[in-house]
Design a protein around this ligand. Structure first.
Ligand SMILES: [Zn+2]
Length: 211
C-alpha cells in the first residue's frame, strides 16, 4: 500500500494519495491545490488515478479537482448535499482572496454507506454533516484508517460558522458516526496532524460532557 498525505495550497489542506502497487491504481482525496505536484507523484509511483474523492466542497479541498480530472480522466465524487456549496465557488474564493478555480458538477455521489476507493482498499462513506451539509468521512475499515475531512481534527473539530454549518449537528455526527469506530483507528484530518479515535474520545475538549 502507498499512503501519502501532504498539505496543499494557502490553507494547507491535507491531500491524500492512496495507492495499490499490485493493481497500479490509486485514489486522491481532497486535491485542493498543487495539482502539478499531485500528478507528478502519481506518475512517479506508477499509479493510475481511479477516483477523486472530495470530503466536502470548500475551496481549499476541491480547488484542484477539475484540473486533476482533466489530467487523469478520473471521475470526481462528492456528497450531493454540498452541491450548493460547490456552486458558491466565487464567493468562497472571495473569503480567502484567491482566484476562483474552475469547477464542474461531480461525476458521482458520495452517498452515506456507499463503498468507494480501491478493490483491495475499499472505504465506506460516512455522511457527517455539521462542518457543511455534505461533509463526509471515508472509513477504510480493514486499514483502521479514517480520512476525516474538516469534521474531526487532532484536539479540535471543524468550524461551523460557514454556510451549511451547524454546531449541534457536527457534535452529533462525531459522536454517532466517528466515536463509534475502534479506538485504534488512525485519523487523517483535513488539516493538521494525524490522531486516533481513542485519543480524541479521551482528550478532545470539544467532545466532552456527553457520556
Ligand atoms: Zn472545510
Amino acid at each position: 500500500m502507498i499512503l501519502e498525505t501532504f498539505p496543499v495550497g494557502p490553507l494547507q489542506c491535507n491531500c491524500t494519495i492512496l495507492g495499490d502497487e499490485a493493481s497500479g491504481e490509486a485514489i486522491v482525496v481532497d486535491p485542493g491545490d498543487e495539482v502539478g505536484y499531485i500528478n507528478r507523484r502519481l506518475t512517479d509511483l506508477h499509479l493510475k488515478l481511479k477516483q477523486i474523492l472530495l470530503t466536502h466542497a470548500h475551496i481549499d479541498h476541491v480547488g484542484g479537482a477539475l484540473k486533476l480530472k482533466r489530467l487523469t480522466g478520473a471521475p470526481i465524487l462528492l456528497n450531493e448535499d454540498d452541491l450548493p456549496l460547490l456552486a458558491m465557488m466565487e464567493t468562497q474564493a472571495g473569503w480567502i482572496g484567491v482566484e476562483t478555480p474552475e469547477t464542474a458538477p461531480p461525476d458521482g455521489a458520495l452517498a452515506d454507506g456507499a463503498v468507494v476507493g480501491l478493490e483491495r482498499f475499499p472505504a465506506e462513506v460516512l455522511h457527517t454533516p455539521g462542518h457543511s451539509l455534505g461533509s463526509v468521512c471515508l472509513h477504510f475499515a480493514p486499514l483502521k484508517l479514517l480520512l476525516a475531512g474538516d469534521t474531526l481534527f487532532a484536539g479540535s473539530i471543524g468550524r461551523t460558522d460557514l454556510p451549511g454549518g451547524n454546531a449541534a449537528q457536527i457534535i452529533e455526527s462525531i459522536h454517532s458516526r466517528l466515536l463509534t469506530l475502534p479506538d485504534e483507528t488512525h485519523v487523517l484530518p483535513g488539516h493538521g496532524p494525524e490522531t486516533t479515535i481513542g485519543v480524541e474520545r479521551r482528550g478532545n475538549p470539544f467532545l466532552r460532557g456527553r457520556y
